[in-house]
Design a binder for this molecule. Sequence first.
Ligand SMILES: Nc1ncnc2c1ncn2[C@@H]1O[C@H](COP(=O)(O)OP(=O)(O)OP(=O)(O)O)[C@@H](O)[C@H]1O
Length: 514
Amino acid sequence: VILSKVCGTDVLTYSRSSEHKLFYINGGAVDKVSFCKSLKLSNAVRCFSPSNLKEWEILYTNDCSLGIYLGMSLEKPRRAGRKILLGSETKESKNGDAGHKGHSTDDNHDSVSLLEPKIMGIAVPGMFILCCGLLCPCFRSKRKEASRAVLEPSSMDSVPSAELNSASENIPYRLDSPLRGPGSPLRMPATPLRVPPSPSRFSMSPQMKRIGSVHLNMNQVMKATENFSPLLQIGEGGFGTVYRAQLQDGQVVAIKRAKKEHICALQSEFSSEVELLAKIEHRNLVKLLGYVDKGHERILITEHVANGTLREHLDGQHGRILDFNQRLEISIDVTHALTYLHLYAEKQIIHRDVKSSNILLTETFRAKVADFGFAKVGPTGPDETHIVTKVKGTAGYLDPEYLRTYQLTPKSDVYSFGILIIEILTGRRPVELRRDANERVTVRWAFKHYNEGNVVELLDPLINEAVNVGILSKMFSLAFQCAAPTRADRPNMKQVGEQLWGIRMDYLKSVRRG
Ligand SMILES: Nc1ncnc2c1ncn2[C@@H]1O[C@H](COP(=O)(O)OP(=O)(O)OP(=O)(O)O)[C@@H](O)[C@H]1O
């Protein structure tokens, strides 16, 4: 094996045969220690690509005793905890990154104004965020709201890079209620085979003309939800309360009603969800059927997905535990949904909140990605690689590069997806504060075991079947590629899907072999 790569200012070359291992920097032979030092210093992870990752990985971990992941952004122990930051309504400014072309977007009116941009740049780390999370009644009272983070890019020009780095070192992780115990891709034309919405079955309200197949006015919504009866309530999220409702023709739908107190703050989340959902149609995405936007009411009517969230299933809340095959199929469904959003939708859409509680399952365990409140249209110009926008998402799933640079690309969803695969395989939330310190950040814990060759120990103990080690290793390897600290090192969603199909083939063969 000969590996050679330009990394930073050096050309690093490594040659391995059955007898010898040789190390070179810029053509000169060096000893292993110097080579490994250089590999680490040159931030070599940035040099990897999925095609050569495996070989470099062997070198990196076996010969240099470094961890691809641990050697990078997770090296310093982070203070885990519930850290939430809400943005102000200040417009975003252009990012001064000359190396990349991007455009700045306006996310104003997205969220409750708590912090001035300048203060934010200085106070991003730790305590202040923590205090906001604890003191602000909106956050204290609603578990779901505390999960999401928003950071502004508007202060970037005035913030020294060291502070930005320290912000990125303090990725605000969220601990969900610990129910488990301790614990630029080619743009493709829009799909020509869009299924037209079925004919309207309800009286049209003036606000409803443009969208969906279900048209209800407020009175009809009240009737369908029995005046928003708590008995019909099926969930509560950052946006509002979700009800299960049966319409006059028998169709069962989910009705999501924005919380009154947050209507202004959530207006853009509502509009974003309506505008984006209206344009998409895919079997692995929750379909928007209609909406009401009148007076103080913001209501979304979506298809009802009957079998709860993926997170609930991982927590064992639905009785039967998901087997490995179901977990693999769910992962593949999510890649299909995200590939569609990134590559095949009319405009490129970045979801920004890919996580297990936003994956809904059907009765046959097919997955549908829900919750487009944070979704954003991707770069539109042919030369644009990213957009510059507030950081939004859920702690633990947030792309560290986006967090640090405010540059959003579809690769941020890829990062979240990597974290999601680890969650699906291990059953653990991205952050589990009740565990021992070395197990709290799940990706870090998993990578350590993976490096040591202990993948079987990573498998969710609730899975009651033997899974082929090679297949598990491939799944974890893919997850770590997706969750690489730098977006250039992550595959795109289509490639991820292709890799998962390959893994599925291997899995099916291994099952047949017994
Ligand atoms: N279309 C749907 N069909 C069935 N249940 C749903 C549907 N949409 C939401 N739910 C249920 O309602 C809950 C709340 O959903 P919602 O999207 O508002 O919040 P969330 O994604 O859980 O949290 P957050 O908005 O803070 O990220 C979900 O966890 C799920 O149990």
